[in-house]
Design a protein around this ligand. Structure first.
Ligand code: C5P
Ligand code: MG
Length: 189
């Protein structure tokens, strides 16, 4: 089984690359952001709750996010592995994931971080906002807050897995195919 965490700030290319990696390695792609957007699109109670936070560029409370992720994992008991995109985003989410995985006798294989400079992130998100229809991509203050929250709450996740020698960094600048090649080389090494 391969279980990957694709890590990086908003706009670093996690979603784009996760789709390609899932196809190549036959993994189930779980994007917690996409799951939230699905719930919001259907105005479910979970979606309405999540929207309170997402619309401000804040993180949804851990208990909600962890519960949603856990349900999604349970839907694919026979998968050869998962690629987690946008989760875990806090140390509490890391600890919860450890617990869920140990119950299922699963383990994280690697965390791979996409390294992209901040001015490039803002540029990409503003560009994506023109077509994504995502309210949180369409306002520069929300974009800035998402990056701030990333530094404050999410960046420690890298160190959490680094202590277990599981963290790797890949240059996230270049063509989609070049970055994909770097990611595959890291996965295969
Ligand atoms: O991963 P993505 O950037 O698509 O997530 C969009 C938004 O969903 C985040 O900015 C955040 O508000 C929320 N989110 C969260 N916790 C996660 C994943 C996403 O709060 N683990
Ligand atoms: Mg994404």
């Amino acid at each position: 089984m391969i279980n990957l965490i694709l890590f990086g700030p908003p706009g670093s290319g996690k979603g784009t690359q996760a789709v390609k990696l899932a196809e190549k390695y036959d993994l189930i792609h779980i994007s917690t952001g996409d799951l939230f957007r699905y719930e919001m699109g259907n105005d479910t109670p979970l979606g309405l709750k999540a929207k309170e936070f997402i619309s401000k560029g804040e993180l949804v409370p851990d208990s909600i996010t962890v519960g949603m992720l856990s349900n999604k994992l349970d839907k694919h008991p026979d998968s050869v592995g998962f690629i987690l995109d946008g989760f875990p985003r806090t140390i509490a989410q890391c600890e919860a994931l450890d617990e869920i995985f140990s119950e299922k006798e699963m383990a994280i294989s690697k965390l791979i971080a996409l390294d992209v400079a901040e001015d490039e992130l803002v540029k990409r998100l503003v560009e994506r906002g023109k077509t994504s229809g995502r309210a949180d991509d369409s306002d520069s203050n929300i974009i800035k807050n998402r990056i701030k929250v990333y530094h404050a709450e999410t960046s420690p996740v890298y160190n959490y897995y680094d202590e277990m020698k599981l963290s790797h960094t890949v240059d996230g600048i270049g063509s989609i195919e070049d970055i994909f090649g770097r990611l595959c080389a890291t996965i295969d090494s």
